[in-house]
Design a protein around this ligand. Structure first.
Ligand SMILES: Cc1cc2nc3c(=O)[nH]c(=O)nc-3n(C[C@H](O)[C@H](O)[C@H](O)COP(=O)(O)OP(=O)(O)OC[C@H]3O[C@@H](n4cnc5c(N)ncnc54)[C@H](O)[C@@H]3O)c2cc1C
Length: 469
């Protein structure tokens, strides 16, 4: 064992993927040091604890974590049940955090503020790869530095919601308004009083936006004065509501179908090709200045919920040599598989260390943060990522490069062939002799399924779906 190998591996974030990384490290006899900003494991999930996920338990539990839990006596959740965010924390992540091998390395209330190579700055190359890392975090006792052999950043993107502006910037007045909520607020529960009987604008086009809109409809049933405007930045709803019956996660398909019905019934008022420009508060209401389909619009509402996706925070990685795709902000080898400009398959091919490398040896971004600004990350994808990454850290390069996962398909998949550099859809081009539109389509067809769905849908056009969850 080298002196570095005696050091722990830092895992930033105790969400489902960070804790899975810790379980994998323990499986390989490596000590994890898990630094979590929140006061509980699964701190981000608790913020959307009221939302029922659409992947059942069987997809939400990591294999290495399950082994640790089984060995420590655990009431296994029903495999087909769809848990809420809170249930994932209470029935899975919390019991996992109490497993002694995890508990020993877990630091709650520890917010990582910087990571660097020990003793050298970003510019210095000589001997760099052999040096350990310094991770700086702050907790109730002030700033702390720890020295570790590798760093797995599983800090998610929940803390960095995208703003309302179609250009990626907050619109005028957005940041100073207390009527704008981000993420997926509990409109039918904890924040019911803010929304019942009120006019609300929901901005965004992912599954979370549908979730918020449908929760507002519950309020509409109790109080018909509740009005819901749903704004999409693109021009059509068909693709958004897509997958439906073809979705292998039926609850995800059902969300789209329910939203479709609500639009037809007039419960949801759609605003497409929506671009907000500014907000002002007038007579106790928020007045929004916007364009829809190029025409000016002024809309007065009581609340705005912005559900336009998330973006990663790289500020604490400033001293590391990281490399991300300039558009998607995912590692360069992963980006083409998930870039919403090229395709919108929720069906992303499983991947591991090869797609997650950064120039900084022994540093990896995993979990939802690894997707950068791209949507449709699944926990199961993250579990395969950390299996592979931890194998690499442990020196088991063969296992690191083996892919051991099949993911459920979404049933929606669009390829913009015109802008894809080399058939950059789901996993790249299909092997030459196979009648398939992309690698994922070929895999699906070889498994006797109808394919990934790319070929059935129109290509091209300005529509872009990049606002997952
Ligand atoms: C509403 C919603 C529904 C979803 N539904 C599904 C679903 O049905 N199925 C599915 O597979 N996936 C779903 N996802 C996507 C994804 O699987 C989850 O977001 C999942 O929580 C991602 O796990 P993670 O561990 O990568 O990140 P997170 O769960 O976000 O965990 C990151 C952790 O890092 C901590 N952290 C952040 N910054 C720091 C720092 N600087 N220092 C220390 N700690 C830090 C945070 O407090 C947090 O605890 C959903 C996501 C959302 C938002």
């Amino acid at each position: 064992m080298t002196s570095n190998e005696r050091l722990p591996v830092a895992v930033i974030g105790a969400g489902p993927v960070g804790l899975a990384a810790a379980a994998r490290l323990i499986e390989r006899g490596i000590e994890p040091l898990i630094l979590e900003r929140g006061t509980s494991v699964g701190a981000s999930l608790l913020e959307w604890g009221h939302v029922r996920v659409f992947s059942p338990w069987k997809y939400n539990i990591d294999d290495a974590a399950r082994k640790l839990l089984d060995a420590n006596g655990w009431a296994v959740p029903l495999p087909h049940h769809l848990p809420t965010g809170r249930e994932i924390v209470e029935d899975y992540l919390l019991p996992l955090s109490h497993v002694p091998a995890i508990a020993r390395g877990l630091r709650l209330g520890a917010s990582v503020t910087a990571v660097a190579r020990s003793g050298v700055d970003k510019v210095s190359s000589i001997g760099r790869d052999q040096r350990p890392f310094v991770v700086r975090y702050s907790n109730g006792d002030g700033e702390q530095d720890v020295v570790v052999r590798a760093v797995v950043d599983a800090s998610g993107t929940w803390g960095q919601p995208n703003p309302m502006g179609a250009n990626g910037l907050p619109v005028r007045g957005e940041r100073s308004s207390d009527r704008v909520s981000y993420g997926i607020p509990d409109v039918a529960g904890r924040r019911r009083a803010d929304f019942i009987g009120k006019r609300t604008l929901v901005v965004g086009s992912g599954h979370s936006a549908i979730n918020v809109a449908l929760a507002l409809m519950e309020l509409q049933e109790s109080d018909p004065r509740t009005e819901i405007f749903w704004a999409l930045r693109h021009h059509g709803v068909e693709r958004l509501l897509g997958g439906g019956l073809n979705d292998q996660l039926p609850e995800r398909g059902a969300l789209g179908l329910a939203a479709k019905r609500a639009i037809v019934d007039g419960h949801l008022k759609m605003l497409t090709s929506f671009a907000a420009q500014g907000l002002t508060i007038e007579d106790g209401r928020v007045s929004i200045e916007a364009q829809t389909g190029g025409k000016p619009l002024r809309l007065d509402v009581d609340q705005i919920v912005v559900v336009t996706g998330f973006r990663p925070d790289f500020t604490f990685l400033r001293e590391l040599r990281i490399e991300v795709n300039p558009a998607v902000e995912a590692p360069p080898a992963l980006a083409p598989l998930i870039d919403p400009n090229l395709h919108s398959c929720g069906t992303v091919p499983p991947h591991g260390v090869e797609e997650l490398f950064h120039p900084e040896k022994d540093f990896f971004i995993v979990g939802s943060k690894s997707y950068g600004r791209a949507p449709t990350f699944l926990m199961k994808t993250g579990y395969e990522q950390v299996r592979s990454v931890v194998a690499e850290i442990a020196g088991d390069h063969a296992s690191a490069r083996r892919v051991e996962l099949v993911l459920p398909e979404t049933g929606v998949c669009r390829v913009d062939v015109g802008s894809a550099p080399s058939g950059g859809c789901c996993g790249g081009p299909a092997p030459a002799p196979v009648d398939a539109c992309c690698a994922a389509d070929a895999v699906a067809k070889s498994a006797g399924k109808s394919g990934c769905g790319c070929g059935d849908l129109p290509t091209g056009g300005p529509e872009r779906v990049s606002e997952g969850f």
